[in-house]
Design a protein around this ligand. Structure first.
Ligand SMILES: Nc1ncnc2c1ncn2[C@@H]1O[C@H](COP(=O)(O)OP(=O)(O)O)[C@@H](O)[C@H]1O
Ligand SMILES: [Mg+2]
Length: 237
């Protein structure tokens, strides 16, 4: 499997007045296409910072970040936003839906940002995605008329609308009860089995156990990197 994400010597600092905060310290990581990765680690270890860099929402201070064959570390803001809207899908803890828009309109949003003209074809695609996540009978509802789990399903449908190579999630079940979390993780597992690469931040072991690979950060460095599926093979022997 080719690497879909490769970071080398990645450093991310924040500068606060005269103080430099060293958040990611010379990090090396590579993720294969089709993998399902949980990024774990204590609060403040750099998980969200790393995810923001991987999601082209923030730039590394130094080092390389290859998305496929492309080095995105040195891109301009416009190029980064182009990469985001064509290659990446995002799922956030707080869903980040627009309250005044319906389910279908929220799913359409990334297409709008991409400058794609909405027509019957794009609408049919968004309806099909809403149906796929089990919201076929809620197409014209607005986020506040939906439960948290339903809102996260809308966000999952939205993350798929541009057919992304890579889906990034920051605590995607962080606001959900455990039963609803399982439903969302089942959905992410299905997506992964259908070929989508997923990298998600979580601090919960139960949630990380759904992933194929678990990378733990500590103080801006990789502390451990294990495969859930390999461990399973070992246990079965
Ligand atoms: N914009 C920022 N400016 C300054 N420091 C930041 C900023 N964002 C994050 N940090 C610091 O970077 C460290 C890692 O933060 P973060 O990536 O959010 O950790 P995690 O998601 O693992 O809890 C923390 O010490 C945090 O205070
Ligand atoms: Mg965080």
């Amino acid at each position: 499997m080719p690497a879909i994400v490769r970071i080398e010597n990645l450093v991310k600092n924040y500068y606060m007045g005269t103080v430099t905060v060293h958040v990611l310290k010379d990090m090396h990581l590579s993720f294969d296409e089709g993998d399902f990765v949980a990024l774990m680690g204590p609060s403040g270890s750099g998980k969200s910072t790393l995810l923001n860099v991987l999601g082209c929402l923030d730039r590394p201070t130094s080092g390389s970040y290859y998305l496929g064959d492309v080095d995105v570390a040195g891109m301009t803001d416009d190029q980064l936003s182009e990469v985001r809207s064509t290659y990446l899908g995002f799922i956030f803890q707080s869903y980040n839906l627009l309250p005044q828009y319906t389910v279908v309109e929220n799913v359409e949003l990334p297409l709008l940002y991409q400058g794609i003209k909405l027509d019957d074809r794009t609408k049919a695609r968004c309806i099909a995605l809403a149906e796929m996540v089990g919201l076929g009978d809620r197409l014209d509802h607005r986020p506040l008329q939906l439960s948290g789990g339903q809102q996260q399903r809308v966000a999952i449908a939205r993350s798929l609308v541009n057919d992304p190579h890579l889906i990034l999630g920051d605590e995607p079940t962080g606001n959900l009860d455990s039963r609803t979390s399982v439903e969302i993780m089942q959905m992410l597992r299905e997506l992964n089995r259908s070929g989508k690469t997923i990298i998600m931040v979580t601090h919960e072991n139960d949630i990380a156990s759904w992933a194929r690979r678990v990378v733990r950060l500590r103080d801006g460095q990789v502390e451990s990197d294990t495969r859930n599926d390999t461990r399973l093979v070992v246990e079965m022997n």
